[in-house]
Structure formats: C-alpha cells, structure tokens
Design a protein around this ligand. Sequence first.
Ligand SMILES: Nc1nc2c(ncn2[C@@H]2O[C@H](COP(=O)(O)OP(=O)(O)OP(=O)(O)O)[C@@H](O)[C@H]2O)c(=O)[nH]1
Length: 214
Amino acid sequence: MISAIILSGGKAERMGGEKSFRKSGNKYLIENIADMLIEMEIPFVTVFKNPRFMEKPEEEIEKQLYYYKKYHQTITWDFVPGMGPLIGMLSGMLNTKSQWVFLVPCDMPFITEESIINLLSFIKEAELNGYDCIVPKHKNGFIEPLFSLYHISSVNVLGMVVEEMLEQNRSFPIRRLIDELNPLYVDVDKIDKTCDIFINLNTLKELENACFDR
Ligand SMILES: Nc1nc2c(ncn2[C@@H]2O[C@H](COP(=O)(O)OP(=O)(O)OP(=O)(O)O)[C@@H](O)[C@H]2O)c(=O)[nH]1
C-alpha cells in the first residue's frame, strides 16, 4: 500500500555539485534512507539526475549502477533536467503503483523508523476525511514538504502544476503542489519530538560536522 520516492536529483550547489554519493560516516548520504526503507520493507523509487546531462556521465552511471545493484529498487531520472523537485516527484510517481507515496530527500540522514511509522499512522484519518496528502507542520507554520505522504490520485494535480511550471519555464517549490491539494497537516511533535529528523545537509561543512552514529 505504501512506497517511497527518494529525491536525489538537485543541483547540490552548496555541496559542490554532489550530494547523494558524498560519504556520511561509513556510507553514502543517500544510503541512510535507502537502508532504512529496505529494513522497513517499503519499496522505493529513486529519482536521480540523468547522467546524459552531466559533465562526467560515466562516473555518475557507475555510482547509480552501484546503487541499483545494492538495493534492486527502481531508479529513474528527472524527465526535464534542472527544473526542481516537482519534476523528480512526477518522474517518481509515474513509477509507483501504491496507494500512498512517501516523499523523502536523499539529504535527511537522521530520519528514524519511528518517525516514518508516525507519519504513516495518519493515513487512516486522511482516508476517512478525504485528505490527499499528509504534511508535518511546525508551530510557526513552517511545513516539511520533503517528509510527507501523497495519495496516488495527487499525480493528476501534480501533472497540472508541472505543466504550468514548464509553461512559465521556472521551478516551483513543492509547497505550490500542496496548495492545490487537500492536505492533512500534522504537528511535527507527533512525528518526532526532537525534530532532528528534519535536519537536511546542504553544505560540506554540515556534512563534516554531522554525527552519524546517533
Ligand atoms: N530528482 C530531483 N531531486 C531534486 C531536485 N531538486 C532538489 N532535489 C532533491 O530535493 C532535496 C532538497 O534539495 P535542495 O537542498 O533544495 O537542493 P539541492 O539541489 O540538493 O541543493 P542546492 O543546489 O545547494 O540548493 C534533495 O534531496 C535533492 O536531491 C530536482 O530537480 N530533481
């Protein structure tokens, strides 16, 4: 009933152009979430940048093949390069069959199994009340669109938002999709009291200073 999409295709400008395959402790950054999903038996699609549009495609192909051989889960690529996470999300959703899709980035290495289980626990409430996505929200109104759940029916709205985005030739944030959906906002406290799981690593310094044996 559940599958996941790991977004792994951004520009990673603040991390020198590479994020997923940067070492974090004893594994690549992206392997933190991939290992967890395997452990939880949640199938996942990983959306990478298309190596064809990269400076050194052979290096990227090698890394993506390593990853595929390790996990044997679907990998796919942004169908339009460099246009942001909604393109990645659509590429991922078109490769999933489950009713609900857990959207997660490659750069939040402190996500816990418990936090995922907590998020999934809201599915019943969402289904009973006709919500089509479930999004954590902080007290100050800030939302966590990169740790959220979408009903598969959202793909139609996503398609329309992406169409508009492409017409305007600019990237929209995931928030723009959520604005078009009927979201169930859940208090972040109900997902993770510490909020550590929402920490995402953007710079080499953050990666260097992060503690991976929590
Ligand atoms: N597939 C895909 N994933 C994306 C895209 N843009 C961002 N992401 C992912 O979304 C998550 C958050 O990305 P950001 O931190 O906003 O952007 P970034 O490209 O990783 O980094 P910066 O270039 O430094 O902003 C990361 O897991 C990215 O890999 C995209 O265009 N396609």
